[in-house]
Design a protein around this ligand. Structure first.
Ligand code: CP
Ligand code: NVA
Length: 303
């Protein structure tokens, strides 16, 4: 249930997911047609970043502005968080000034603690465990391109990381079949695999990318080494060799299959240049949809 915060995809019921997607579509329509929607007039969003970002920062900051509010960029390096001020104190201080907090950090437990001590909504803008705002945008893009989710198959190839974790929950919640291929030692989080068990044969996990991609409608991948894993880059290049979306893999998917990538992409690693460019319009629709999806989240939680 979406109570105060949006910390992971499993915070949502199916109905709440569809409501957020509908609101995102409405806000996108209004934005495209110059219809103002200052639902959050005078409200402020604090945006805490402990990791780099292009899309998340720009889409949240622009999004709150378009809703009539104001976003403050709070780099952890320049706040007292970076000097060790406890998260629970930061949460209680920021709650006295702001109307919402967006955070990108490493540990999911830090985001949970922030939410526990904050009296205002907290939105997870990426942890090592989850990237729910991205997956909301991804589902919006699938809905736009495929017309819905029933009977559609999502496939994810690569690291069992934050994207894999959130896509599995989001895809299943939306009603899709979800097939994931990761190397044996890089499986999705056990809590996510437990969640997926409730969906029986709608979820499959394999190490065979061709098996996962068979008859897929939407193929996803992500970088082999996420932010914070810089020390493992060389070892991961070996472990993930072959975990790539290529034309050979696309030949297994449905003829009209779409390709999604949260970006930034490493061409020649998890995706070939050819596939990336052939599906660029879908991938950049996905990037654009971060804006609309997150505006729906802010409008729902902060109004
Ligand atoms: N996809 C995504 O979250 O991009 P950024 O790291 O640029 O925010
Ligand atoms: N898995 C990637 C996603 C970046 C948007 C990372 O965590 O770095």
């Amino acid at each position: 249930m979406l109570n105060k915060d949006f910390l992971k995809m499993s915070d949502l019921t199916g109905d709440e997911l569809f409501e957020l997607l509908e609101l995102a579509e409405k806000l996108k329509y209004e934005r495209k047609n110059g219809i103002p929607h200052d639902i959050l007039k005078g409200k402020t969003l604090g945006m805490i970043f402990e990791k780099s970002s292009t899309r998340t920062r720009v889409s949240f900051e622009t999004g709150i502005y378009q809703l009539g509010g104001y976003g403050l960029f709070l780099s952890s390096k320049e706040t007292q968080l970076g000097r060790g001020e406890p998260i629970r104190d930061t949460a209680r201080v920021l709650s006295r000034y702001l109307d919402g907090i967006m955070i990108r950090t490493f540990a999911q437990s830090d985001v949970e603690e922030l939410a526990k001590y904050a009296s205002i909504p907290v939105i997870n803008a990426l942890t090592d465990y989850a990237h729910p705002c991205q997956v909301l945008a991804d589902l919006l893009t699938i809905k736009e391109h495929k017309g819905g989710f029933d009977g559609k198959k999502m496939c994810y190839i690569g690291d069992g990381n934050n994207m894999a974790n959130s896509l599995i929950v989001g895809g299943l919640l939306a009603g899709m079949d979800v097939a994931v291929a990761t190397p044996d030692n890089y499986r999705p989080d056990p809590a996510v695999l437990d969640y997926a068990k409730n969906y029986g044969s709608k979820f499959t996990l394999t190490s065979d990318i061709y098996e996962a991609a068979t008859d897929a409608d939407a193929l996803f991948t992500d970088v082999w080494s996420s932010m914070g894993m810089e020390a493992e880059i060389e070892q991961r290049k070996i472990a993930f060799n072959g975990y790539q979306i290529s034309n050979a893999l696309m030949a297994k998917a449905k003829k009209d299959a779409m390709v999604q990538h949260c970006l930034p992409a490493h061409r020649g690693e998890e995706i070939t240049e050819e596939v990336f460019e052939a599906h660029a319009s879908e991938i950049f629709d996905e990037a654009e949809n971060r804006l609309h999806a997150q505006k729906a989240v802010m409008a729902t939680l902060m109004k």
